[in-house]
Design a protein around this ligand. Structure first.
Ligand code: PEP
Length: 249
């Protein structure tokens, strides 16, 4: 089954309203492949979501960077999936390694968030990935499988889920996984989905790579058979994000 290339831009906790306007104007002016070829989703901080959604070219979509694990209410500082849906925000990133590491989000908690967000009509970019220590000790696949299992055992419908494989050692470090390293994990992850969910879900679910992707390294990564796109941090704030979108062709 054909998997449409997917490019996500994670702006993290960056930007002033002036900077956001500049990024949007670069995105709006960029020559990119048609939406039949590539799906583009950018993820500004919560406070800029409505503005970006309303000013961005219509074929590009927006994602929140997080949402609360259940229905909103007395959870000071949180933003619920219902609120995002109410504002017409179609996507949410869940389980980013920065939230797992800094805010202590466990596999189970991320799994619950994914289920709840999907139940409220959001589409989910679910992040998984190993630390350097885990890679060096040979447990990459075990870690990534456990993170994926915590989601897989709670959901049935994968049509609104994209998996982002983001090795923690490659995020924001400039140390990109080699195309062979990334392909190996993507392929293992797809085999894991085939064996533990279904061959159909394995064939249709997009597995995107994240970790120091830039305009120079994207083309070779995009050429790997099991890499279905990217989740981009630092470079998504720069004009080279357009080049990364173009790597879909
Ligand atoms: C990310 O934060 O999801 C990411 C991949 O960051 P960077 O591209 O900066 O490594």
């Amino acid at each position: 089954m054909a998997r449409k290339f997917f490019v996500g831009g994670n702006w993290k906790c960056n930007g002033t309203s002036e900077e956001v306007k500049k990024i949007v104007s670069v995105l709006n002016g960029g020559q990119v492949p048609s939406p039949d070829v590539v799906e583009v989703v950018v993820s500004p901080p919560f406070v800029f979501l409505p503005e970006v959604k309303n000013s961005l070219r219509p074929e590009f979509h927006v994602a929140a960077q997080n949402c609360w694990v259940k229905k909103g209410g007395a959870y000071t500082g949180e933003v619920s999936a219902e609120m995002l849906h109410n504002l017409g925000i179609p996507w949410v990133i869940l389980g980013h390694s920065e939230r797992r590491a800094i805010l202590g989000e466990t596999n189970e908690f991320v799994g619950e968030k994914v289920v709840y967000a999907l139940s409220q009509g959001l589409k989910v970019i679910a992040c998984v990935g190993e630390t350097l220590e885990q890679r060096e000790s040979g447990s990459t696949m075990e870690v990534v499988a456990a993170q994926t299992k915590a989601i897989a055992e709670k959901i049935k419908d994968w049509s609104n889920v994209v998996i982002a494989y983001e090795p923690v050692w490659a995020i924001g470090t400039g140390k990109v996984a080699s195309p062979a390293q990334a392909q190996e994990v993507h392929n293992e992850l797809r085999k894991w989905l085939a064996a533990n969910v279904s061959p159909e879900v394995a064939a249709s679910t997009r597995i995107i790579y994240g970790g120091s992707v830039n305009g120079a390294n994207c083309k070779e990564l995009a050429g790997q058979p099991d890499i279905d796109g990217f989740l981009v941090g630092g470079a998504s704030l720069k004009p080279e994000f357009i080049d990364i979108i173009k790597s879909a062709e």
